[in-house]
Write a protein that binds this ligand. Sequence first.
Ligand SMILES: *Cc1c(COP(=O)(O)O)cnc(C)c1O
Length: 470
Amino acid sequence: MNKLLQGDLSSLEKIFQLVSAQGLDYLKNINGRPTSTVMKTAATAAMPDKGIGTIDTLQKFNDRWESAMVAASGPRYWGFVTGGTTPAAVAGDWLTTIYDQNTQIIKGDGDISAAIELETVGLLRELLALPGDFTGGFVTGATMSNFTCLAVARQWLGKQSGVDIAREGIAQKMHVLTATPHSSSVKSLAMLGMGSSNIRPVKTLPDNREAIDTHDLEEQIRQLNGAPFILISSAGTVNTVDFDNFSAIAALRDKYRFWWHIDAAFGGFAILSDAHQHLLKDWEQADSITVDCHKWLNVPYENAVFFVKDRYRMLQVATFQNSNAPYLGDPLEQFNYLNLLPENSRRLKALPVWFTLHAYGREGYRHIVENSIRQATDFGAFIESRPELRLLAPVRLNTVCFSLSGSESDPQKVTAFLSALNKTGKVFMTQTHYKEQAGIRAAFVNFRTSEKDVELVKALMLRLLPEYSA
Ligand SMILES: *Cc1c(COP(=O)(O)O)cnc(C)c1O
């Protein structure tokens, strides 16, 4: 064994102590750590001939990069939809790395970690009040979950005309209907060879909505003359967290032939709020559902699940089977994750989820979700109360989409204000476009965020507004 490796193995205790102390320091001081940074040194390093061992490498990392680590999992990082990391999830994630299982097979002779994955999928299904006939698995994010679900949908679409797309490729027109898809669904269609320009846009409801107008949907279905299609629907759009009407879509399913996918990356957690769970009524009738864990579940990146109805298992295996490796067994006889999703070798991503669900339970998560919703509502009320600011849509769940009054068509003004706000390092939000208006989004999904954080940001905004408002 290389001497440096040997040395590291014998100083493992010291290495763990150093990393643990550093992690503790980061997490204890996360409230004060800046939410943004600027690149100061060029990201170039020569590949060393001789290494320096872990302890000196840690020092090197600290000298070069540590101060640039922003408080992305802190309480005022409201950009995109950025979750935090609960203590239990961090513990589970560490152990995932340490145990380093390759999670694939349930009844193999070796590793049984896929049993933990299946158990965790079951816990999530219960948390989300989904029925038992969904097969689930872990992937790196909602993008890959959408990809996985839409890949099975593609196979289903081919089967409707007797084509096995996984084997034969795509020779037919793929019809995809959707109103306000997340960019990652469009990207998935591109990656899957279905062609993002094959999307037929469905109208949204009037009155500042992003949800599907189901009358227009039915009209467009009729125009397809019985041709099967894929419907991509939303449980929580990113700008205004609008939900499609799943009961109406379920009723259309009784009349027409289509694959129904729901992107519920973060909106699925609305099920935990008594006041909002009606938004998900009948969603369990979908064929496939995407849920992110590194958002509202507050586990570290990269973590999401897909749910696909069990009755499509053959189609799913046809799509993903790794059949050219005979030592891996018959894909239909053995439950093996490598025949059900894109990756082959994979880490035990379920473990941080298993930890956090056991550690905090349904009650803990209900609390997180209700807090986030309350904070968004409160922040939305603040925006409404200020003449210099304007809500671009009502606050429907956990995200506030707003602009500077009078600057809605002037993205540069909005950028200037947002940059000044983000540069304070006290808060981070992201810019957006919503119905031809320049806007800003603040998304609340972090378990650490408190009323005090919201008050702090309001005060900051009030200080900056005189200089930046129209
Ligand atoms: C975040 C998000 C995605 C993409 O998720 P990643 O985890 O970034 O891959 C897809 N859909 C919705 C609705 C999202 O909010």
